[in-house]
Design a protein around this ligand. Structure first.
Ligand code: NAD
Ligand code: FES
Length: 291
């Protein structure tokens, strides 16, 4: 059992939890995710890791209540336990594998959309610890649902934007990126993490601006173990699985229209049957018995 050490409501439907999971806290790297289950009957929920403290043995998660299971999660209090808390899963950000001198020369711009801010924080904090302070554009629909502003400002050069203009730059993250570009900012890489639609439009813009772009395909995951086939996507004409081959991919190679259509289809029984008829009973073969 994995004890909850701290719960904080970041907005009306976004929650932060610190969970005692020393093995994950010791081994996690930015970009990786974990799977939580409230109890034996609960659904598996894949969540990108927001922070980890190897000394305290805690891992931080941030989640939004979007359905019955995440609502159940939000009812948990300090001292309650998760039945399962499994990770770290997936491949770490490839920034972690880069030689330090190369990393320190790179001009990086992170784009954090809404709840996608939490996984961006993990990467920015890791970079800050390596002596790299990246730029970050953080987008929210409105000031009242902006999360983790102080934490984000402590680890990056932060530019906030809101869709309704209530705080920071007036407009979405693409408007903010274009503004920085027009002011003369140049980047070697953009890393965009947030809703699918945001990542799609960021990639359209960065293709035009010729900035290599990484996206995190966590939103299309369901079981997070390579078994359900939900997170199948096309990247540069090849079949990939977000939970095993990712979650991060070259955004300019991701077939967003197909991934978004599959994500919508996977939500219904009828859609899943349609996908099975069209693609076969595809899964990644995470069990190791097939591919
Ligand atoms: P949201 O709808 O409030 O959007 C956040 C910001 O994204 C907006 O303020 C805007 O700046 C930008 N954005 C949205 N649509 C855009 C568009 N069409 N063009 C340009 N920019 C756009 O986000 P939310 O409700 O906080 O986010 C929830 C989503 O985030 C869920 O779908 C969840 O799956 C996803 N998420 C993704 C990851 C990941 O790893 N990619 C991690 C956590 C959450
Ligand atoms: Fe099920 Fe990847 S989330 S196969």
């Amino acid at each position: 059992m994995f004890r909850i050490e701290r719960v904080e409501a970041l907005s009306s439907n976004i929650y932060l939890m610190d969970v005692y999971a020393p093995r994950i806290a010791k081994n996690a790297l930015p970009g990786q995710f974990l799977i939580v289950r409230v109890d034996e009957e609960g659904e598996r929920i894949p969540l990108t890791i927001c922070d980890y403290d190897a000394e305290a043995g805690t891992v931080q998660i941030v989640f939004q209540t979007v359905g019955a299971e995440s609502y159940r999660m939000a009812q948990l209090k300090k001292g309650d336990c998760f039945a399962d808390f499994v990770g770290p899963l997936g491949r770490p950000s490839d920034l972690c594998e880069m030689p330090l001198e190369e990393l320190r020369k790179m001009k990086l711009c992170f784009i954090a959309g809404g709840v996608g801010t939490a996984p961006v924080y993990a990467q920015l904090k890791w970079l800050k610890n390596q002596g790299v302070t990246a730029d970050c554009i953080q987008g929210a629909r409105s000031k009242d649902i902006l999360i983790m502003e102080d934490d984000m400002a402590a680890v990056s050069n932060l530019y906030i934007c809101t869709d309704d203009g209530s705080y920071g730059i007036n407009g979405n993250v693409c408007v903010a990126l274009q503004k920085l570009y027009d002011e003369g900012k140049r980047y070697d890489r953009v890393i965009a993490i947030g809703p699918m639609i945001m990542m799609k439009f960021v990639c359209q813009l960065t293709e035009k601006l010729e900035i290599p772009t990484i996206v995190s395909m966590n939103p299309i995951m369901v079981d997070g173990t390579g078994m359900c086939g939900a997170c199948r996507l096309m990247v540069g004409g090849e079949v990939k699985f977000a939970c095993v081959d990712g979650p991060e991919f070259d955004g300019h190679k991701v077939d967003f229209p197909q991934a978004m259509q599959r994500m919508a289809l996977y939500k219904t029984e009828e859609g899943r049957l349609y996908l099975e008829a069209k693609e076969g009973a595809t899964h990644h073969g995470g069990c190791g018995n097939c591919n």
